[in-house]
Design a protein around this ligand. Structure first.
Ligand SMILES: NC(=O)c1ccc[n+]([C@@H]2O[C@H](COP(=O)([O-])OP(=O)(O)OC[C@H]3O[C@@H](n4cnc5c(N)ncnc54)[C@H](OP(=O)(O)O)[C@@H]3O)[C@@H](O)[C@H]2O)c1
Length: 370
């Protein structure tokens, strides 16, 4: 009999990308599905094959949820903390798949990124693990980009600066940035072809952004023409939680025998989709650039080494080029002048695909076909 899968949070950024990927791959053929909502109860669910209910069900209806074989939640931390605990407390034995971060470091969960840790996932399922969580977006994208170096145990440590798009903060933030663009354009468009100096126009641009009331917004300030070097909560050691996740999640996914230090600064930038990362890597050995490129590009089917020149970098290594694809370009690969074992690299990936929805889609298929 086909397994019954419940979808929660399917309307958000991660959930809607997940839905598209499942449809593209005809995955709905393999299980029965039911869609839930926290805000539009008895509304219309998306049309998919093998849907067992023609209305949206209440995502807080625990009695319905316990009938499911698999729950996949892209709703967020608050929902997971509330409902996962309730289900576990009443002895639910199904599989929980989650996009949020709150269960990632739980001892009884596996962070899923099967091109990196398929064996651990397989062993975990055999051992009775029931909770599978997608990793932090930049962590998953880094592992897909640098998997060839990690798998050969060549990385001593990494310092990273991230350039994270606004959709990484959810659909509300993306709408806010687009509203800022519309508002400012309305205020300054008439001056763009006038005799006003560019400095005067810049002043109007800033004044226009400053007129917006950000107190009730998610972004809390203007991201247009701007950036915020702070993502997520404070960890009280100088790091943000996003920065903290870099090392702890990577080492959990890799099941590292020797802890690999990873740290840096995570920055929100006004690109709409895709996260970019600039790495400084201390290698364990002085290996040639040729060998580094070969190890990186042979690790998985999605990573692509981009030549370190102007045309290739401009053409291939940017968010717009990668948006909506599973490609993981990595370029600017060079030894740094500070020493033979120091390497730089820059990578881009769609944080809604490999950084969120795709590992969830793949673990869903693994569990459905088990
Ligand atoms: N965004 C990313 O790049 C990313 C990457 C990795 C992990 N994550 C994690 O995944 C979880 C979900 O993130 P998300 O970015 O997908 O959140 P999101 O876009 O804010 O969506 C979450 C929920 O908000 C509700 N919602 C309210 N207004 C909406 C609107 N205008 N459009 C769509 N949905 C709306 C929907 O729930 P109802 O239908 O029930 O109302 C939706 O499922 C979070 O824990 C996040 O940390 C996100």
């Amino acid at each position: 009999m086909k397994k019954l899968v419940g979808f929660i949070g399917w309307r958000g950024m991660v959930g809607s990308v997940l839905l598209d990927r499942l449809k593209e791959n005809n995955d709905f053929l393999n299980f029965n599905s039911v869609f839930f909502t926290t805000s539009q109860i008895y509304g219309k669910p998306p049309y998919v094959l093998n849907r067992v209910s023609s209305r949206l069900e209440d995502a807080y209806n625990v009695e319905y949820l316990i009938t499911l074989d698999i729950i996949i939640s892209c709703q967020g931390e608050k929902y997971t903390t509330d409902i996962y605990t309730k289900l576990k407390n009443i002895g639910w034995k199904g599989y929980w798949i989650d996009a949020s971060s709150c269960l990632r470091m739980d001892k009884k969960s596996i962070i899923v990124l099967d091109p990196i840790n398929f064996n651990d996932i397989k062993l975990g399922i055999e051992a009775g693990i029931k909770t599978f969580v997608g990793g932090n977006c930049t962590v998953s994208l880094m592992l897909m980009a640098l998997g060839g170096l990690f798998s050969h145990n060549l990385i001593d440590w990494i310092s990273v600066s991230t350039y994270q798009s606004v959709s990484g903060s959810g659909s509300q933030s993306m709408l806010e940035l687009l509203q800022q663009i519309g508002y400012v354009y309305k205020n300054i468009s008439m001056y763009l072809s006038s005799q006003k100096s560019i400095l005067e126009i810049e002043k109007m641009f800033n004044a226009s952004l400053n007129k917006i009331d950000y107190s009730s917004t998610k972004l809390k300030g203007p991201l247009l023409g701007n950036l915020f070097p702070w993502i997520d909560k404070s960890m009280n050691n100088g790091q943000t939680k996003e920065e903290w996740k870099g090392a702890v999640e990577t080492n959990k996914i890799l099941n590292s025998k020797k802890y690999i230090p990873i740290d840096g600064v995570c920055v929100r930038v006004p690109s709409l989709r895709c996260h970019s990362q600039s790495f400084t890597i201390k290698l364990r050995n002085d290996i040639s650039i040729q060998e580094i490129k070969s190890l990186i590009s042979s690790h998985n089917s999605w990573v692509k080494v981009i030549d370190n020149n102007f045309d290739s970098t401009m053409g291939e290594l940017n968010p717009l080029k990668v948006t909506g694809t599973l490609n993981i370009p990595i370029g600017r690969i060079k030894k740094l002048n500070i020493g033979k074992n120091y390497l730089s690299a820059f990578s881009v990936g769609d944080q809604l695909l490999w950084g969120a929805a795709e590992p969830l889609r793949r673990i869903l298929n693994i569990l459905v076909n088990k």
